[in-house]
Design a protein around this ligand. Structure first.
Ligand SMILES: Cc1cc2nc3c(=O)[nH]c(=O)nc-3n(C[C@H](O)[C@H](O)[C@H](O)COP(=O)(O)OP(=O)(O)OC[C@H]3O[C@@H](n4cnc5c(N)ncnc54)[C@H](O)[C@@H]3O)c2cc1C
Length: 510
């Protein structure tokens, strides 16, 4: 049985691995020249610049996703960095805490609690409750297999599902708290501002912060030395070892449908490749409205398309710098205020900046040198995407001017950057869109809604279409790598179940 997969990102490669393990013949079609999709790195002048892997959920044995990654990768062969401080946030408030204005988000819960209490003893009750919530999260078994179970095993709903009820009740209780509502409860102005700034001034469910922190405390959210390409390279290698085939520079134009059954792919070159089953691990909007011409939709899908149900995750304007200097004692991830509002050509206004100083991975820069990246999230990615198409010269000028202002600001903040720059690489939202085809250059699919534990409105099958499935970061709001692997595994399990093939994992050779 032949299965065609669109996209060699983490989701497409993972689906390929799981299906090859279970005896299916798969082939991946990737429009780019290499694997990884958004989870990639690129080399310029001796430096490696990173896009999509600051932290991996499941980097340590304590986290259930470790088991999933281990099914595809020999996790012991990767060295993970587990930072003591997840990020540092410089507040704008004049309150001076121990001589500095920087809030340190410690990953060790005991240390974090001590630190928060030392800053704001007046907020003891809220702080203790916050830390207690994170400890409670650690005590539940968060099942990576929960989504697929009800579809496969009807009896499970009555028996096994009960195991997870305490977790669901718990999440139900805490799901409505946002960083803003929590900040409201605090008396200490420094802490209040730090919490308001966690998501760069946006209001998002606090669970997006507390859940990873709970896992970080257990060393479950590390950064793999070697970065994105090193990591995804392991999955590509596994796929090829399992007998999978990848065709690069193979852009899919249409999904061929006969009698409401997906029967193959039409490539941009005009070639048609037949299959029994098709999986799209590519952009949701492209798949449904271009490749399938909007023929398999329902009301929910149309509401998703018009962004009534969910908003698309941000895109990024990212300036990566290769700097011939050490930066050993600088924070690896700092968000700080700008003296003046920075206005992007796309209309976004920024009062803060985010810098990643990759001084913890020696593989990214020659000895004594550092790869630094500065990112600005934007909701107006289409400005860059459309400008690049409409007026390439103007696009280049605006990209260069904006990045110059950013470099000036970074230099003013850290010092020692401008005179030591060896390489400058700028990725705009148009770059992310061009290389990965993600709508609006989204870096993680959909933004989570306010109710973060609500069932995903995105279904992995489409109404009226047989032998077709979706996988990848668009299938569960919030996206990211855990969603990529989990959706791929779910789809593979469902296909096995339907084809009466017992789902099995082929262990790594010793
Ligand atoms: C700056 C940045 C930081 C991030 N940080 C983290 C992090 O720290 N932790 C985390 O978990 N996640 C992070 N992410 C998100 C994570 O990288 C993505 O959510 C994940 O890689 C998505 O994988 P995917 O396979 O679902 O989709 P994609 O990576 O988008 O892969 C889709 C693939 O399909 C291909 N494709 C598309 N259309 C076609 C077509 N028509 N024909 C053929 N091929 C096609 C694309 O070229 C691409 O290779 C980050 C992302 C970015 C950009």
């Amino acid at each position: 049985m032949k299965i065609n997969i669109i996209g060699a990102g983490v989701a497409g490669l993972s689906a390929g691995c799981y299906l090859q393990m279970n005896g299916f013949e798969t082939e991946i079609f990737e429009r780019h020249t290499t694997f990884g999709g958004l989870c990639t790195s690129w080399q310029r002048g001796g430096y490696t610049f990173e896009s999509g892997l600051q932290w991996l959920l499941g980097s340590g044995r304590s986290n259930p996703f470790y088991q999933l990654w281990s099914e595809l990768i020999d996790m012991d062969s990767i060295r993970f960095v587990h930072h003591d401080v997840r990020m540092e946030i410089e507040v704008t408030d004049n309150t001076d805490i121990f001589g500095d204005k920087v809030f340190h988000l410690y990953t060790n819960l005991e240390q974090l609690e001590r630190y928060l209490l030392s800053i704001a003893p007046e907020d003891e009750a809220s702080i203790k409750k916050l830390v207690h919530t994170m400890r409670r999260m650690q005590s539940y078994e968060i099942p990576p297999k929960i989504r697929v179970v009800p579809q496969l095993l009807p009896w499970y709903r009555k028996t096994g599902f009960i195991r997870y009820l305490p977790l669901l009740f718990f999440l139900h209780r805490v799901k409505r708290e946002t960083n803003f509502t929590f900040a409201e409860k605090l008396k200490n102005p420094f802490l209040k501002e730090a919490f308001r700034l966690f998501f760069d001034g946006d209001e998002l469910p606090l669970l997006i912060l507390t859940m990873p922190l709970a896992f970080s405390d257990l060393k479950g959210t590390g950064y793999p030395i070697g970065g994105s390409v090193g990591f995804t390279g392991h999955i590509e290698q596994k796929y090829l070892e399992l007998g999978g085939k990848i065709r690069y520079r193979a852009e899919v134009e249409k999904i061929v449908v006969k009698n409401n059954q997906a029967t193959g792919l039409l490539l941009k070159t005009g070639e048609v490749i037949q299959s029994d089953i098709t999986i799209s691990a590519a952009d949701w909007n492209f798949t449904l409205f271009n490749a399938l011409e909007g023929k398999y939709v329902n009301r929910t899908i149309l509401e998703l398309r018009s962004h009534e149900k969910l908003k698309v995750y941000y895109s990024v304007f990212m300036v990566s710098l290769g700097v011939a200097a050490g930066f050993a004692n600088k924070p690896h991830f700092l968000r700080f205020p700008l003296a003046d509002t920075l206005i992007s050509p796309d209309g976004s206004q920024y009062t803060r900046m985010e810098a990643h100083i990759n001084n913890y991975d020696p593989t990214l820069a020659p000895e004594g040198k550092t790869a630094i990246s500065i990112s600005f999230y934007t909701k107006n990615a289409n400005y860059w995407i459309n400008l690049r198409l409409a007026d390439y010269e103007k696009y280049l000028v605006e990209k260069q001017d904006f990045s110059r202002s950013i470099i000036d600001l970074a230099d003013a903040k850290f010092g020692g950057i401008k005179e030591h720059i060896e390489v400058i690489d700028v990725a705009t939202p148009a770059t992310f869109h061009r290389y990965t085809n993600n709508s609006k250059g989204s870096v993680q699919g959909w933004l989570p809604g306010k109710n973060i534990i609500a069932q995903s409105p995105v279904k992995i099958e489409l109404p009226g279409l047989k032998d077709f499935y979706l996988a990848g970061h668009w299938t569960i709001p919030g996206g990211g790598l855990p969603v990529a692997i989990k959706s791929a595994r779910d789809v593979s399990q469902i296909i096995c179940h339907r084809k009466k093939v017992p789902f099995r994992i082929r262990p790594h050779p010793p």
